[in-house]
Write a protein that binds this ligand. Structure first.
Ligand code: ADP
Ligand code: MG
Length: 585
């Protein structure tokens, strides 16, 4: 299996030297060009969960730049490439900055508008040749070698596709890549790990646009003419179709999808006119029908079928002896750590947290208990910046953190788990925990694509494994997080939070779903963390668990703080007993 990619690469690069018909070469160039665009969509749509209908317009930017600059100004290919890519990047940045802050369907809508606007521009600008486009583009020559439009051009096209695919594979298996893969799960968890989700959405959107522009640049020199129609919204949908058909989540799906679409497209061009006449654009309709069918019956695409039949490769354990990641200076025991002052949160008319105050000193384990709906998780969300505080203040290590975005709070040393577990299902346990080490590492997207960050990656993996072993899950590190039962998933969340090297750890019902033995083990881990000086705020329903573990307990009911005291005091309180008996039984 290890040789599959080199063999495939060698075959594609050597194809022109083999005795294959010219038609094959032409087809293969088209497939390569499509695959470059589809690869961008695999990252954007499949991995990050963002949809763009406008990729054809980015292809157009690359193609028209090459066409205009080479015919009108006589500029050489490297220059036309640089200009095309730069323009596509600027357009993607502008579109992305405007729409990616907003959730939901703004990006797809904006890409439709962008696609239409670009097409309209191409078709109406005198200097771009209007509907006729630009003719007479020279063939591509690099370093004095004329590559022509067939067997000479093929190796360049495929070298670019293959390198792009390799870069994408490298990227996905890296610090920025895991951040991108986490985007599909929503922003709350990623931001709580210190990741700017906007930044990574922009990164993939720009990356996809650049890939499209590079394909467009090749396209111009290959066809030697450009006109508006290959860059229309229809084509944009077709690119999306390739990514979906191949399998949006997988880099190799881009190849399968573009190959299939090119072949089907070709067959249809011959077949459809014979069946239903030549008047009309029936391919689009057929593609539309197939797209709906694929989404319904094979949402993971064709590649997923292939992948399931291949042996799963385990990550090579190459991090023995890696240096430790940097650690923050920890507060001294007893130092004031967290001060929550009269914080309030209202959701419409509902007061979920009503002027609650409490303090945590370094080294404390504080329990936060109360019946369901008391406002415990909301309190967590206020401390960690997931929800905006309606009133009141939170100080951490003497500094106000009220109103800071959640990733800034993470940076200061508060980490948390979620009552409703938020793991990236398709990532392994180890990779999920590595997300926690995001802020302790630096590698950027470009370094990751070039594999220049492996030293740091080994440090990060060593840290992730260490945290997993600590909570007794070392043996499951290669499993997909989505395959675990809920209890172990909660443990993975704790390991992820620990990987951030927190000064304060917030655990929201960590023992829920654990068996008795597992609870005891967890309790022992938390005790060990306390001995190491870590401070913990713990929401838990299991009274035995809380009583044996905590120094102090804050009790909430209906958003109010009912009382605060030692476990013994809380246990003896009639008010607390009434609160629990009143709502739970
Ligand atoms: P607990 O964790 O103590 O069980 P929560 O903090 O989850 O309680 O919820 C407290 C109250 O706030 C509940 O009535 C809940 O329905 C409400 N609530 C929590 N989050 C939201 C939200 N995002 N929007 C509206 N209401 C919410
Ligand atoms: Mg809760």
């Amino acid at each position: 299996m290890k040789l599959a990619f080199p063999a495939f690469a060698a075959l594609m690069l050597a194809l022109p030297a083999l005795p294959v018909p010219d038609f094959w070469i032409t087809q293969s160039i088209y497939i390569g060009l499509y695959a470059i665009v589809a690869l961008g969509l695999v990252l954007l749509t499949g991995v990050a969960g963002l949809i763009s209908f406008g990729q054809a317009a980015f292809v157009g930017v690359g193609a028209y730049s090459a066409a205009y600059l080479s015919t009108k100004l006589g500029l050489p290919p490297p220059v036309t490439l640089a200009v095309g890519v730069a323009l596509a990047m600027l357009a993607a940045l502008a579109l992305g900055l405007v729409t990616l802050r907003m959730s939901g369907h703004y990006l797809p809508l904006a890409t439709i508008a962008w696609g239409l606007a670009m097409n309209y521009t191409m078709a109406n600008m005198e200097s771009l040749g209007k509907y006729d486009g630009i003719l007479g583009i020279p063939t591509l020559s690099l370093l004095g070698v004329d590559l022509g439009t067939g067997r000479g051009l093929h190796p360049l096209v495929w070298a670019i596709v293959l390198l792009a695919a390799l870069a994408a594979v490298h990227l996905l298996d890296s610090r920025p890549g895991r951040a991108i893969r986490a985007l599909k799960e929503g922003s709350t968890m990623a931001e709580a790990m210190g990741i700017s989700t906007l930044r990574y959405k922009l990164v993939v959107f720009v990356l996809a646009a650049v890939l499209a522009a590079v394909a467009g640049w090749l396209f111009a020199y290959f066809q030697r003419s450009v006109s508006p129609s290959p860059f229309s919204i229809n084509k944009g949908i077709e690119y999306l179709f390739m990514a979906v058909l191949g399998g949006v989540g997988h880099v190799w799906g881009a190849f399968v999808g573009s190959g299939l679409v090119r072949v089907i497209e070709d067959e249809l061009q011959v077949l459809l006119p014979r069946l239903i006449g030549t008047s009309g654009n029936f391919e689009t309709i057929v593609f539309g029908i197939v797209l709906v069918a694929v989404l319904k019956y094979a949402p993971d695409g064709v590649w997923a079928f292939v992948r399931r039949r291949l042996p799963q490769r385990e990550r090579v354990r190459d991090w023995d002896g890696a240096a430790a990641l940097p650690a923050r200076d920890k507060p001294a025991r007893g130092e004031p750590l967290l001060a929550v002052e009269s914080v309030r949160k209202t959701f419409g008319g509902l007061v979920a947290v009503n002027d609650v105050s409490f303090r945590i000193h370094a080294g404390d384990i504080v329990g936060l208990i109360g019946p369901n709906g008391a406002g415990k998780s909301t309190t967590f969300n206020l401390i960690t910046g997931v929800h905006a505080i309606s009133r009141g203040t939170v100080h951490f290590r003497g500094q106000p953190i009220t109103g800071l975005p959640s990733r800034q709070i993470a940076r200061r040393g508060i980490s948390r788990t979620f009552q409703h577990v938020k793991l990236v299902q398709e990532m392994t346990v180890l990779e999920n925990v590595a997300l926690g080490g995001y802020l302790r590492t630096r590698a950027g997207s470009l370094r990751a694509m070039l594999r220049l960050e492996r030293q740091e990656e080994r440090q990060l993996m060593a840290e992730a494994e260490r945290q997993l072993q600590r909570i007794g899950m070392g043996s499951q590190m290669h499993e997909l997080a989505g395959n675990l039962a809920l209890g172990p998933q909660r443990l993975v969340e704790i390991a992820r939070a620990l990987a951030t090297d927190p000064a304060l750890l917030l655990l929201d019902e960590p023992a829920a779903g654990l068996r008795h033995k597992e609870k005891q083990a967890l309790s022992e881990v938390l005790r060990q963390l306390k001995r190491e000086g870590l401070s913990i705020l713990l929401v838990e329903h299991d009274m035995d668990f809380v009583m044996g573990l905590t120094d102090r307990i804050v009790v909430m009911e209906f958003g109010n703080k009912l009382m605060e005291g030692t476990p013994a005091e809380v246990q003896a309180s009639d008010a607390v007993r009434a609160a629990y008996l009143g709502t739970e039984h």
